[in-house]
Write a protein that binds this ligand. Structure first.
Ligand code: ADP
Ligand code: MG
Length: 723
């Protein structure tokens, strides 16, 4: 009976354009039909086109002319995905040079095709171990190809070809790199596969090997010159010589008719204790051995790998990590640095500036967001004389009264005059105090309240009482605790005062003060303004007041209100330039706007560093793709589609940039915290900046990884393999 054809070539040609009009005709009009279950040897001198033909049969390459029908399907009509699926499931390809992946072990090499068939890892491993065991590799499961002999590597390669249960085994000089004994072992494996129903096409230039096939096709210079029944067919009835091609029967075939070596004919080898079809090794083996002429069936009754086709994302990440990044740790790490610095810089710097902003805002909130201050300008020498000629009075409580009268929306007002005076109590001296005579609602406007005792009131002022309230640092400096401070007598300059209150806890430390022009109120000593005027006359000569501070109802009109206040005070001072009007909130906003520029600079630096990082990734990925050309060819031959290859390299660049982003994130947070701890400077991390920076870095990996990955995917499998 005649089996259906699995391979039908008619008029197939393949030319290689070497450029410059130099064209190599590797195949010239090949007509060849191979039926299911045949065992065909293709022979011919080196350079005759055998490998070219095998690549075409294996769907690794496409003919320039003629037609190739595989199981009745015209190959030229199929797209990359369909061709990849055929390579993956219908064809098991065995190379002369084994072409194993060096980084992974025997089981993973065998199961490589199952990765692209979308099989789950557990099943892949099971199949890998089973096939390894069948081929006598059970003691080498976790060895990498480097640790194997040539014969063992070729067994792995055959097992890999079988993993997806192909109908056709294509072996291109599988024994070419092996000694004759090992070659005989490999041949026995192939014969067993054939016996179990596989269609086997084998290229060889060894007559001994060819003689074991059932049919020998001889190619010379790209054309078939003979097609004959081989010795291996035993009874000799099954070959299809002369049926498919016009038998050129030149009798050349005869020279391959060499008797079998004695041990090659049997199914058992001294060095191979586990023959493939060795009686009753398993149900499928037992079933498969019986009838070699039967319908084509899967060599080891492997499952046809139904699952979703294409590589899964877990495998993508695993391959990218173990075979890409970890295989070149230092290189990958250096590549990440651009991304790392970019992300770390953005996160740390924005956290620091944001922290500074928030602290300033907090300070302003403490002294009152809605404040407007009229401050006396410190004048000296000729300037003082000139301004005092215009306005002899300086800044006075009359100014305050006029402002209160004419500007609406003032919630509270205070004014003060500071003097330098030594503070003493007994033998204790505190010389860093600011002594202030205060007028009006000081506590409310300055938002600084008495902690124990009471604050100064209007009656103290009217009576010019010798009473005072101490800032916390002053009380401490004089050795006064909360209990014994009230009622104590202290000396300010030369004047005795009785303590009636101590201010509450620290408002803010000295380091906070620079930006917002805030003084450290903990060193203040407060006296009634009238008392200061009465007992420290000399000090009042320059200007009766240092500052008037007003708290407004709201911050909505601070600027117009401050302009109004300026106009009123300027009127009263007859145009003397001896005062300024300040709005702390406005100066804060101004300062923050300045810092906005700083933020832009950070973003620009980060963007540059990300782009540089991206270019680094692209550079390294291009190198990686070039280095791994052969690997790409192998993966394609085993069934990876262009898409699978694209994804594999994209996953690698994405992983590099993501690791870079995450390291940068950690470094940025670490740096920010270090600044916070080391300089007692508050930092404020922003979740969305972190997300944005890390996300952008991942995007960089994809954007800059696309081109190298695309190049890898575009590679012609044959070119990649010949590399
Ligand atoms: P064989 O396997 O029989 O030794 P090949 O199929 O490898 O022969 O090569 C057949 C012919 O095609 C040779 O002349 C070889 O030089 C040429 N050839 C093979 N591959 C290429 C290629 N990629 N570019 C150009 N010429 C090639
Ligand atoms: Mg070859």
């Amino acid at each position: 009976m005649t089996q259906p054809p699995v391979i039908q070539l008619s008029g197939v040609a393949r030319t290689y354009d070497m450029g410059g009009g130099n064209v190599v005709q590797a195949l010239r009009g090949i007509d060849l039909t191979i039926r299911a279950g045949e065992f065909v040897a293709i022979v011919g001198p080196s350079g005759s086109g055998k490998t070219t033909l095998m690549y075409l049969l294996g769907c690794l390459d496409q003919p320039d002319g003629g037609s190739y029908r595989l199981c009745g399907e015209e190959i030229a009509h199929l797209d990359d995905l369909a061709l990849s699926r055929i390579r993956n499931r219908r064809i098991g390809y065995v190379f002369q040079q084994y072409n194993l992946l060096a980084e992974i072990d025997v089981v993973d090499n065998i199961a490589l095709g199952l990765v692209y068939a979308g099989e789950p890892p557990a099943q892949r491993r099971e199949t890998g171990v089973r096939l390894a065991t069948r081929l006598g590799l059970e003691h080498r499961l976790d060895h990498t190809p480097r640790e194997l002999s040539g014969g063992q590597m070729q067994r792995v390669a055959i097992a890999r070809g079988l993993a997806c249960g192909p109908q056709i085994i294509l072996a291109d000089e599988p024994t070419g790199n092996l000694d004759s004994k090992t070659g005989a072992e490999i041949m026995s494996v192939l014969r067993d596969l054939h016996a179990q129903g596989s269609t086997v096409v084998l290229v060889t230039h060894d007559p001994t090997i060819a003689s074991q096939a059932h049919r020998v096709v001889r190619i010379v210079d790209g054309s078939i010159v003979s097609d004959e029944v081989g010795q291996g067919s035993g009874v000799g009835g099954r070959g299809s010589a002369g049926e498919e091609t016009a038998g050129q029967g030149t009798g050349v075939g005869g020279q391959w008719q060499v008797p079998h070596p004695p041990d090659a004919g049997g199914s058992t080898h001294a060095s191979d204790p586990r023959p493939l079809d060795g009686g009753g090794q398993g149900p499928d083996a037992a079933q498969a051995t019986g009838d070699s002429a039967g319908a084509p069936r899967r060599a080891f009754a492997e499952s046809p790998a139904p699952g979703p086709s294409g590589i899964g994302w877990r495998d993508l990440l695993r391959i990218a990590l173990s075979e890409g990044i970890l295989a070149h740790k230092l290189r990958s790490f250096l590549t990440m640095l651009g991304i790392v610095f970019g992300v770390a810089a953005v996160i740390a710097m924005t956290a620091i500036t944001e922290g500074g902003k928030r602290r300033q805002l907090e300070q302003i909130r403490q002294i009152g967001l809605n404040n407007v201050q009229v401050r006396s300008v410190d004048l000296e020498g000729a300037r003082l004389l000139r301004e005092r000629r215009v306005n002899p009075a300086g800044l006075t409580t009359d100014d305050l009264a006029a402002v209160r009268e004419h500007v609406p929306g003032i919630a509270a007002a205070t004014a003060w005059k500071g003097i330098k005076a030594e503070i003493r109590r007994g033998d204790k001296v505190y010389d860093r105090a600011n002594t202030l005579g205060v007028h009006g609602d000081f506590q409310q406007v300055v938002n600084f309240h008495v902690g124990s005792g009471r604050f100064l009131d209007q009656r103290d002022d009217q009576r010019r009482a010798r009473v005072c309230v101490l800032g916390g640092a002053v009380a401490e400096g004089l050795g006064l605790g909360a209990a014994d401070a009230i009622g104590a007598t202290i000396v300010v300059g030369d004047e005795p005062f009785t303590v009636v209150g101590v201010m509450g806890g620290k408002q803010f430390g000295e380091s906070d003060i620079a930006d917002a022009a805030i003084t450290d109120r903990n060193r203040d000593v407060y006296l009634p303004y009238a008392s200061l005027r009465a007992y420290f006359r000399k000090a009042l000569r320059e200007s009766p007041l240092d500052a008037i501070s007003l708290r407004m109802d709201s911050d909505a009109r601070l600027l117009t209100q401050s302009q109004e206040i300026r106009r009123i005070v300027a009127d009263l001072h007859d145009g003397a330039e001896d005062f300024v009007v300040a709005v702390p909130l406005e100066s804060l906003k101004q300062a923050q706007r300045t810092k906005e520029v700083f933020n832009v600079i950070i973003v620009v630096i980060a963007a540059i560093s990300l782009v540089v990082g991206g270019i680094g990734i692209m550079n390294i990925m291009l190198a990686t793709v070039t280095e791994r050309t052969r690997e790409i060819g192998i993966r394609r031959a085993i069934g990876a589609s262009r898409r699978d290859i694209l994804r594999q390299f994209l996953a690698e660049s994405l992983l590099i940039s993501s690791f870079g982003g995450l390291i940068g994130l950690a470094l940025g947070i670490g740096g920010g915290l270090l600044v916070q701890l080391g300089f007692a400077f508050p930092v404020a991390f922003s979740g969305w900046i972190m997300l944005l920076a890390t996300g952008t870095s991942m995007g960089v990996g994809v954007v800059f990884g696309i081109y190298p990955a695309w190049l890898a995917a575009q590679m012609n499998p044959v070119d990649a393999l010949r590399n």
